[in-house]
Design a protein around this ligand. Structure first.
Ligand code: C2E
Ligand code: CA
Ligand code: CA
Length: 515
C-alpha cells in the first residue's frame, strides 16, 4: 500500500512539475499576446489541482510515517529518556537472534533494581523513582556503550517491571567492577537529587557459561533465573547473588515453569462475569476473567499467577489466549443464533510495549470474523515504576479498529484526573475498593459520586465493579452510575453457565429484545 502511495505521490509531483513548466512557457508567450489566455487559465487550474492533490497524498504518506514513528518511539521509550532502551520484547528477540547467529557467544544476564518496593507509594515518590531509573539508564548507556567497547563483545539493556535487565558478554573482573560501579552510582544519583528514597539495589546474575543451558532453553527462562537470584538476594540481604541450580534447587522456578507448561497444555479457561446496565435494565456485556484449571490444584485464581506471568514476560501469551478463546466463543454464539453481547478482556500494560501487540490483536479478531465492536479492552491505570505512561497512540490504533477501551481499577492508580482527560478511552471502571465501603462510609460514597460525575463530565460510561449487595446497587443508582458488575448479579461463570444466565435471569424484564 505504501509503495503505491509513494509511486502516486511521485507521479503527481512529476505531473505538477511538467504542468508548471508548460504554464511558465505559455505565460511568457501570453506576455506577448492574448491568444493563449484560455490555455493559461486552464493550466493554472490544473497546476493548482495537482499541487493540492500532491500535497494531500504527501500528507497521507507523511502522516502515516509519523504514527509509525511515534509507535516505535513509544515501544522503545520506556524511561522518559530520548534514546533506545529496549523493551522486554525487543530485548528478548535481540538476544535470541544473537544466540542463533553466534552459538558460542554466551553472556551474563543481570537483573537489578534500585529501590526495594515500587508499589503502594505516593505520586511524588513514584516520580522520584522514575527519575532515578532514568538517570541509571543514562549511566548504563554511557558507561557501557561509550567507554567499554573493547571489554565487551555485546550488551543489551531493558527495563521491565521496575527491574533493569542487562545481558552482557564480558570477563568476570569486568562484571565485578561494573556491578560495583552501578551500585555506587545509584547511591550517588539519589544523593545528588536529594531523593527521599530507600535505596536498596540487589543484583541477580545468571551466567550462561557455567550453567548448562540446554539448546531449547528460551531466553525468558534465563531472565527468570536472574530475576529469581535477585529476589533471593533481596530476601536475604545479599546485594549480589549468582543463580546456581545447587543453591536454588530444581523447584525454585516451578511456579514459572508450571505456567509455561499450563499454557502449552492449554489448561487455562475463560469465565465471564455479566455487566448490568441500570438505565437499560439489561445485561449489556461481560468481562472475561482467566482461570487455571490445574489437574493438581483445581481451579486457580488469576491473583495467584498473573503477577508471576507478568514478571516472567508470559502475560502476553495468557492475554492472547483469552482473546482467542473469547473470539471463538463469540463466533460460536453467533452461529448458534444466541444473544451476542460485547466482552471486555484484561490486558496487562506491560505487553503494550511489544512491537506486534496491535497486529496480534487485530489479526486474532479478524481471524474469527468477530465484529471489533464486540471486543472491549480493560487496561489498568495502576502502573508501577517508570513504565508509568499508557501508550496513547497504541490505544488510538485499537480504537480506530473499533475496540472500546475501559480504564480499569480507576481511582487507585497513578494517573491523575488531568491525564485521564487526555486519554482516548470510553469507560471508567471504578475500583472495587471504593465500592466495598459505600454503604457504611460517607467518604467512600462521596468519592464514588465524584468519580461517576467525573466520568459523565467527560462523556464516558461509568462502571462500578465488585458490587455485592443490594444497598450498593441502590446507592449507585441514585448517583446515576451507568453499569454494575459484581457478585450481586453474578460471579464469574463458565461460558455455558453464562449463556443459561442470560436466557433466564430474574433481573431483566421478560421480552427484552435480544441483540
Ligand atoms: P480485575 O480486573 O479488577 O477483575 C475483577 C475481579 O474482581 C475479578 O477477580 C472478579 O472475580 C472479582 N469480583 C467481581 N465482582 C466481585 C464481587 O462482588 N466481590 C468480590 N469479592 N470480587 C468480585 P479475579 O477473576 O480473581 O481476577 C483478579 C484480577 O486478575 C483481575 O482484577 C485482573 O486484574 C486479573 N486478571 C484476571 N483475568 C485476567 C486476564 O485474562 N489477563 C490479565 N492481564 N489479568 C487478568
Ligand atoms: Ca478488569
Ligand atoms: Ca479491580
Amino acid at each position: 500500500m505504501n509503495k503505491i502511495k509513494t509511486l502516486l505521490t511521485e507521479l503527481i509531483i512529476i505531473a505538477s512539475l511538467i504542468v508548471a513548466i508548460i504554464f511558465v512557457v505559455s505565460f511568457l508567450s501570453f506576455a506577448y499576446g492574448t491568444k493563449y489566455i484560455v490555455i493559461d487559465l486552464i493550466l493554472l487550474f490544473a497546476m493548482a489541482g495537482f499541487i493540492t492533490l500532491g500535497g494531500y497524498v504527501f500528507a497521507l504518506l507523511y502522516g502515516e510515517k509519523k504514527t509509525i514513528n511515534s509507535l516505535k518511539n513509544e515501544n522503545e521509550y520506556n524511561l522518559n529518556r530520548n534514546y533506545v532502551f529496549f523493551n522486554y520484547d525487543y530485548f528478548t528477540r535481540k538476544i535470541t537472534l544473537r544466540n542463533i547467529k553466534n552459538k558460542d557467544l554466551e553472556g551474563y544476564m543481570i537483573a537489578f533494581n534500585c529501590v526495594r518496593n515500587v508499589d503502594s507509594t505516593t505520586k511524588a515518590i513514584k516520580d522520584d523513582i522514575s527519575e532515578l531509573n532514568g538517570c541509571v539508564a543514562d549511566y548504563l548507556l554511557e558507561r557501557i556503550n561509550n567507554f567499554d567497547k573493547k571489554d565487551i563483545k555485546f550488551s543489551y539493556f531493558c527495563f521491565y517491571h521496575g527491574v533493569f535487565l542487562v545481558y552482557i558478554n564480558c570477563s568476570p573482573e569486568y562484571l565485578n567492577n561494573l556491578i560495583n560501579d552501578i551500585e555506587t552510582r545509584i547511591y550517588d544519583i539519589s544523593r545528588e537529587h536529594d531523593f527521599r528514597l530507600y535505596i536498596q539495589p540487589y543484583f541477580g546474575i545468571y551466567d550462561r557459561r557455567n550453567e548448562n543451558v540446554e539448546e531449547h532453553d528460551v531466553i525468558y527462562k534465563v531472565i527468570n533465573y536472574a530475576m529469581t537470584a535477585r529476589e533471593y538476594g533481596s530476601q536475604n540481604f545479599d546485594s549480589v547473588t549468582f543463580y546456581s541450580s545447587e543453591l536454588f534447587g530444581s523447584n525454585i522456578t516451578t511456579e514459572f515453569e508450571a505456567i509455561v507448561e499450563a499454557l502449552d497444555k492449554k489448561e487455562f479457561i475463560v469465565f465471564y462475569q455479566p455487566k448490568y446496565s441500570l438505565g437499560k435494565k439489561q445485561f449489556i456485556s461481560s468481562e472475561a476473567l482467566v482461570r487455571w484449571q490445574s489437574p493438581k490444584n483445581g481451579l486457580v485464581s488469576p491473583i495467584k499467577f498473573i503477577s508471576e506471568a507478568e514478571n516472567g514476560g508470559l502475560i502476553h501469551r495468557i492475554d492472547m489466549f483469552v482473546l482467542e478463546q473469547v473470539c471463538k466463543d463469540l463466533n460460536e454464539t453467533k452461529r448458534k443464533g444466541r444473544r451476542l453481547l460485547p466482552v471486555s478482556i484484561n490486558f496487562s500494560i506491560y505487553e503494550f510495549y511489544a512491537p506486534d501487540f496491535v497486529d496480534d490483536i487485530i489479526n486474532t479478531i479478524t481471524k474469527y470474523k468477530v465484529n471489533p465492536s464486540l471486543i472491549e479492552m480493560e487496561i489498568t491505570e495502576s502502573v508501577s515504576g517508570a513504565n508509568s505512561f499508557v501508550p496513547i497512540s497504541i490505544i488510538k490504533k485499537l480504537k480506530e479498529f473499533g475496540l472500546r477501551i475501559l480504564m480499569d481499577d480507576f481511582g487507585v492508580g497513578y494517573s491523575n484526573f488531568n491525564n485521564i482527560k487526555n486519554m482516548p478511552i470510553d469507560v471508567l471502571k471504578i475500583d472495587k475498593s471504593f465500592i466495598d465501603n459505600i454503604v457504611d462510609d460517607e467518604k467512600s460514597r462521596e468519592i464514588v459520586k465524584l468519580l461517576i460525575d467525573f466520568a459523565r463530565s467527560l462523556g464516558l460510561e461509568s462502571i462500578a465493579e465488585g458490587v455485592s449487595v443490594k444497598e450498593q446497587v441502590d446507592i449507585l443508582r441514585k448517583y446515576h452510575c451507568d453499569t454494575i458488575q459484581g457478585y450481586f448479579y453474578s460471579k464469574p461463570i463458565s461460558k455455558t453457565e453464562y449463556e443459561q444466565f442470560l436466557a433466564n435471569n430474574p433481573y431483566e424484564k421478560k421480552g427484552v429484545v435480544e441483540k
